[in-house]
Design a protein around this ligand. Structure first.
Ligand code: NDP
Length: 256
């Protein structure tokens, strides 16, 4: 009997999988059998990720595309290129994102726009482009990578907090419109994960000890911690889960 977690024969695009959390999510999906489209803004980094996956899983299960997730025309061309190379998308993980740590009083509106476009508008643009094909084929899985900032607010990260909160509600809005076409759209909200994005926070002794005291699990998350829940949401084991955002944060959001 085939496992409900088996993703063989399904093609997945993970945005921002040239490094960090996205790369680990792509690895988890590939381990479960999926064919991967690796993605980043920088074509060389995306291609470098593709080479690693081709060596591990085979040339016919690893492809790369590079496009800017904030630009509607690039997204349209990029999703088309992904499907021409790897076949129709069954799974999309909207993971690409940025952080910009500046207090709201000092935040340049251009930086506000850049964060909102990268962390929220991108999921609308890439999600809609992928969902058109998924709906026509009668199904697909979209997973939006949110954050504990979806639910919690801290100083100096206002645009990111607004974007990630919006992403949780976009997950619900997509569900309201597309679940009837056989799509499942859910969110994963990671806690603090050690990646390039957070290296400066790991290196800051005060912030580091705040994280360790604030997280019931008493540690930073690893990129692998996020992969299992994403594989589950991408698989048929979660077929009746719709519009939810699941916090994978070592318990951070359940304590005050
Ligand atoms: P990284 O900074 O390590 O990686 C970001 C990825 O996104 C890279 O692949 C980058 O591509 C891509 N990217 C960024 N902007 C664009 C763009 N405009 N167009 C295309 N690709 C882009 O981030 P993390 O792995 O740490 O984070 C991944 C996701 O997880 C983000 O959405 C983040 O908000 C979220 N998250 C992270 C947490 C953490 O603690 N690290 C906690 C909670 C959520 P390239 O390499 O080409 O620049």
């Amino acid at each position: 009997m085939t496992s409900p977690f088996d993703l063989s024969g399904r093609t997945a695009l993970v945005t921002g999988s040239s490094r960090g959390i996205g790369r680990a999510l792509a690895r988890g999906l590939a381990d479960a059998g999926a064919t991967l489209v690796l993605h980043g803004r920088d074509p060389e980094r995306a291609e470098e990720a593709r080479r690693e996956f081709a060596t591990a899983y085979g040339e016919d299960r690893a492809y790369a595309v590079a496009f800017d997730v904030t630009d509607a025309e690039s997204v349209q061309a990029g999703v088309r290129e992904a499907e021409e190379k790897a076949g129709p998308l069954a799974i999309l993980v909207n993971n690409a994102g940025i952080q910009h740590r500046v207090p709201l009083f000092d935040l340049d509106p251009t930086d506000w726009d850049r964060v909102i476009r990268t962390d929220l508008t991108s999921a609308f643009l890439v999600g809609r482009e992928a969902a058109r094909g998924m709906a026509a084929r009668g199904g697909g899985k979209i997973i939006n990578i949110c954050s504990v900032q979806t639910d919690l607010a801290r100083p100096s990260i206002g645009a990111y907090t607004a974007a990630k909160g919006g992403l949780r509600n976009l997950t619900r809005a997509m569900t309201a419109e597309w679940a009837g076409s056989g799509l499942q759209i859910n969110g994963i909200a990671p806690g603090y994960i050690h990646t390039e994005m957070t290296q400066n926070l790991v290196d800051d002794p005060e912030f580091n000890s705040w994280i360790l005291s604030r997280t019931p699990a008493r540690r930073w998350g690893t990129v692998e911690d996020i992969a299992g829940p994403v594989v589950w949401l991408a698989s048929s084991a979660s077929d009746f889960v719709n519009g939810q955002t699941i916090f994978v944060d070592g318990g951070m959001t359940v304590v005050v």
